[in-house]
Design a protein around this ligand. Structure first.
Ligand code: ADP
Ligand code: MG
Length: 319
């Protein structure tokens, strides 16, 4: 394979990092999760080149790169889905490991929200092919509330208002119904309040807002802070946040970024951030960035890909 072919192939691969020498680089192909490495067989002494791209096993990757490469959290394979008999997702494959934050970017109408709805089980979205597993469990076989109990959290582009239901009541019921589904004891009112207060304080939500009806009369920023408090209380394994940054002023954006980092940046958790713009990614540094266009992932890369998209738009990148 010559250098031009290698460069072309690397566009579709995700960079997982260097070996300790800093010379060799490990990659994952997001379309089939195969592992690849770029090596310099002629070595350091000869100034590096020419490079080689070759396949590597997970065992070798662990040995050489010290990286665990098996997919252990979200695994979406060849997903096809329709809305109103209209195909929207057309063979989407994406793998997310525990401890990782991934961003999906893409033009309007690409299918980003559809992906979040299909994974969370919103009615009206029909999966015609493919699979979605969370920790090895078949998500598509579960009802939406069972998916939530399994550890999936979906943040909405536009959080709904629920007049007549207090925020505290709503959050407690959401948490306890999940605890019951997992066979855990529900939290008492007092214990729940302690947890809710701590989360509200950590995320800068005025405590009075816990008593008010869910999202009613909240500003855009307050709704998002509230959603972060909800995420902190639920403590999901995987959060999918769909355009959670839309319409936020800079303070709210920082609060959301802080929320995601403090709640979800952990070795046993993962985040899929769906966003149109780079600006949220200034606060939440993604490990991987993917471009969704025409119902599939057309490009994957590291954080630098988001900057490239910001500079050049989707037209060149998604073509
Ligand atoms: P994105 O979030 O990337 O902007 P969406 O997933 O919202 O894209 O939409 C993808 C495509 O699916 C669009 O062409 C949109 O018109 C279509 N679509 C989404 N929801 C529906 C629906 N309920 N009925 C018909 N078409 C829909
Ligand atoms: Mg959308």
């Amino acid at each position: 394979m010559n250098e031009a072919d290698i460069q072309e192939a690397l566009k579709k691969l995700i960079n997982l990092g260097h070996d300790p020498s800093g010379w060799n680089t490990l990659y994952r192909d997001p379309s089939d999760n195969s592992l690849w490495e770029v090596t310099y067989p002629h070595g350091e002494m000869h100034g590096g080149g020419p490079r080689e791209l070759k396949s590597i096993t997970p065992d070798q990757a662990l040995l050489v790169y010290g990286l665990r490469t098996e997919i252990d959290m979200l695994n979406i394979t060849n997903l096809h889905a329709e809305v109103d008999s209209k195909p929207i997702l057309k063979g989407l494959t994406l793998a997310i490991n525990a401890g990782e934050i991934h961003a999906i970017m893409g033009p309007n109408g690409a299918g980003k929200s559809t992906l979040s709805y299909v994974v969370s089980g919103r009615p009206g979205y029909e999966v015609t092919e493919g699979s979605v597993t969370l920790d090895g469990q078949d998500l598509l076989a579960l009802a939406p509330h069972e998916r939530a109990a399994a550890g999936l959290f979906l943040g909405f582009q536009y959080p709904v208002e629920i007049p007549g239901v207090s925020n505290v009541q709503f959050l407690r019921e959401a948490l306890n119904s999940q605890r019951r589904a997992r066979g855990e004891d529900p939290l008492s009112g007092a214990d729940f309040l302690k947890l809710a207060r701590a989360q509200a304080q950590a995320l800068g939500l005025d405590l009075d807002m816990l008593k008010r009806p869910v999202n009613v009369g909240f500003s855009g920023g307050e709704k998002k802070r509230n959603e972060m408090v909800q995420m902190g209380i639920i403590a999901p394994k995987l959060a999918i946040l769909d355009e959670t940054d839309s319409g936020l002023d800079i303070d709210a954006l920082k609060a959301v970024g802080h929320g995601i980092n403090t709640i979800m940046r952990a070795p046993d958790k993962a985040v899929l951030l769906i966003t149109h713009y780079q600006r949220l990614l200034d606060y939440v540094q993604p490990d991987f960035v993917h471009v969704l266009a025409g119902g599939r992932i057309v490009r994957s890369g590291g954080p630098e890909l988001a900057h490239e998209l910001e500079r050049e738009g989707y037209v060149g990148v998604a073509a």
